[in-house]
Design a protein around this ligand. Structure first.
Ligand SMILES: CC(C)(COP(=O)(O)OP(=O)(O)OC[C@H]1O[C@@H](n2cnc3c(N)ncnc32)[C@H](O)[C@@H]1OP(=O)(O)O)[C@@H](O)C(=O)NCCC(=O)NCCS
Length: 161
């Protein structure tokens, strides 16, 4: 991809929220990204508070502007859970996601996990294809009662060196 910029990964900061907030224009966009418990409405203040948790990461460009992000939760017993994975709208469709996902898997492995889980909505075909290609397998279908995102599945990838 010739127009893919150099991105560097670092822990998220509260000051990143103002850049990431516009990535999700509707509540449904936010739900697709972060699940049914995401703030409604999404605000810069909510994001900034969330980013203090230490579990959020961003990839920044040469101006230190976030262009992608994720949250990695240590569930214990060697299981890491990935959530809130997103690429900035202007950077989507450039083939970035597969490499970023590999970096997330490596980060989880180096932190001591032997498996990585995530949830993805059935309607999020682009994300689902990325996870399928990386080898994530469906573990179970989630209970989608009352979930504005609709049906979703819980997936797991076994991590290895
Ligand atoms: C899902 C997401 C992370 C993929 O990142 P990406 O860097 O755009 O991924 P890719 O460039 O590999 O493209 C993925 C697919 O989207 C397609 N695509 C093309 N243009 C696109 C665009 N402007 N926007 C989104 N997807 C596009 C690609 O062709 C590719 O299709 P394929 O699976 O048939 O090959 C990104 O679309 C995103 O942030 N979405 C919103 C948040 C979200 O849904 N997160 C996942 C939660 S489980």
């Amino acid at each position: 991809m010739t127009d893919t910029p150099f991105l560097e990964r670092r822990k998220a900061r509260a000051s990143d929220a103002v850049f990431i907030f516009p990535w999700f224009e509707t509540h449904l966009n936010a739900v697709m990204w972060a699940g049914p418990k995401v703030a409604d409405p999404l605000t810069v203040g909510w994001l900034a508070a969330e980013f203090k948790s230490e579990a959020h990461w961003v990839w920044v460009d040469e101006d230190d502007t976030p262009q992608a992000m994720f949250k990695l939760i240590d569930k214990g017993h060697g299981c890491a859970h990935l959530t809130r994975f997103a690429v900035a709208p202007s950077m989507r469709g450039k083939g970035l996601a597969a490499g970023l996902m590999q970096e997330i898997a490596d980060e989880a492995y180096e932190a001591g996990a032997d498996s990585l889980t995530l949830n993805v909505y059935d309607s999020n075909a682009h994300a689902r294809r990325i996870y399928d290609r990386l080898g994530f397998k469906i573990v179970e279908e989630n209970d989608s009662t009352g979930d504005p995102g609709g049906p979703s599945v819980h997936m797991r990838l076994e991590l290895e060196e």
